[in-house]
Write a protein that binds this ligand. Structure first.
Ligand SMILES: *Cc1c(COP(=O)(O)O)cnc(C)c1O
Length: 388
């Protein structure tokens, strides 16, 4: 169905940060399939893991114990300091699990109409509940009636959340992205997550972080909240977790980890031997190749170059990001930059109409990172000249 308007290019294979089209033309991928292929394309560790697993056992269902899923859960809990994991097949499904968990938590406390606080400009997925949670009218329009049980506050606005707290007794959780993805790479003020944690503790709400785009090393830490010194009660993952093999995860800690009981939730495919093996290979590779620290370093390097070359330009309103999640906001819609970059054999993205977004793989060399920076700077300089 016509749910996308794809660019006029398709790729036959990839290698590291490169993709190749039918004519053998090589493209440098600064988007990684929207923050999915953090290890780049055709990474041998992932390929070997899924080949070996596919020859042994693809699927058994969650009616039986699954060793690979248990090992993946243990290792995710180790790097995230969480206690339990529910496995799904996508980000939206991981968030659905979080939202169901929050409602069950509320009912357990005697709250009959539990409400979850979500923010403007957020993106949480395309299922009915997650598009309702999403703070973007264009994603919701035409799909009414939306799902009840959400209250909305502006992003990075603690006073708005305090106002909701003072006026509602049925809030059970807050769901936020530590850095917004589709909403334009917005990084909240340094104390935001810490203060949300305090408010959640004060009111008995669950702090639920959507790290579907920010997680798995993308922001230069395993998870983007880790520099704020707080722990969420619930965290969702997907995109970078399987490097292209579909898998989502909803992690929980403390009391939140024991809310779901047998029969409360489920998934036929979630955490099957194949996807769990792929995610284990991703996790091990990120550790062995020290790619999380490398993402922080590369992010610094790229951001410095953007600041040096673009910050003083009229038309560039902000350069921001965390690790390898970078956004350059212009003062005008700039969607055409995507096609112009494609002509230069570079894959980039524009989100929220005016924000050039880069989500390159974590395995870039310095030279590849510099090439992305110089090409993007040149494209933006020319675009601003031509459209002023
Ligand atoms: C992509 C994304 C989702 C949805 O993930 P799907 O796998 O497309 O369902 C949810 N939240 C955030 C922050 C995302 O970036």
């Amino acid at each position: 169905m016509k749910t996308y308007q794809p660019l006029p290019v398709s790729f036959t294979h990839g290698e590291g940060p490169y993709l190749f089209d039918h004519d053998g033309e090589r493209y440098l991928d600064a988007l990684s399939g929207i923050a999915v292929c953090g290890l780049g394309h055709a990474h041998p560790a992932v390929g070997d893991a899924i080949c070996a697993q596919s020859r042994r056992l693809l699927h058994t269902s969650n009616l039986y114990q699954i060793d690979q899923q248990e090992q993946l859960a243990d290792e995710l809990c180790r790097v995230a300091a969480m206690d339990r994991v529910f496995f799904a097949n996508s980000g939206a499904e991981a968030n659905e699990a979080a939202l169901k968990l929050a409602r069950l938590y509320g009912h357990g406390k005697g709250i009959d109409t539990p409400q979850v606080i979500v923010t403007e400009g957020s993106f949480h997925g395309r299922t009915l509940a997650t598009l309702t949670a999403t703070g973007n009218r264009r994603i919701q329009a035409g799909f009414e009636p939306l799902v009840p049980g959400f209250l909305r506050a502006p992003y990075d606005d603690l006073d708005a959340i305090r106002t909701i707290a003072a006026n509602s007794t049925s809030v059970v959780a807050v769901l936020v992205e530590p850095v917004t993805g589709e909403g334009g790479v917005r990084v909240p003020a340094p104390g935001y997550l810490g203060e949300l944690r305090t408010l959640c503790d004060q009111y008995g709400w669950l702090l639920m972080l959507d790290e579907i785009q920010t997680g798995m090393g993308r922001t230069g830490q395993w998870f983007a909240h880790q520099d704020s010194g707080i722990q969420p009660d619930v965290m969702t993952l997907a995109k970078g977790l399987g490097n292209g093999v579909p898998i989502g995860a909803c992690l929980a800690r403390g009391a939140a980890a024991d809310i779901f009981q047998p029969g409360n939730h489920g998934s036929t495919f979630g955490g099957n031997p194949l996807s769990a093996s792929a995610a284990l290979a991703v996790l091990h590779t990120l550790e062995q190749e020290q790619l999380v620290a490398r993402a922080a370093q590369l992010g610094e390097r790229m951001r410095t170059q953007f600041e040096q070359r673009l910050a003083t330009l009229d038309g560039v309103t902000s350069i921001r990001g965390k690790g390898l999640m970078l956004g350059i906001e212009l003062d005008r819609p700039c969607g055409e930059l995507v096609t112009q970059a494609l002509q230069r054999k570079l894959l980039i993205n524009v989100t929220a109409a005016t924000v050039v977004r880069l989500l390159p793989p974590l395995i870039l060399t310095d030279e590849q990172a510099d090439h992305i920076c110089s090409t993007v700077c040149e494209l933006i300089e020319r675009f601003l000249e031509a459209s002023s």
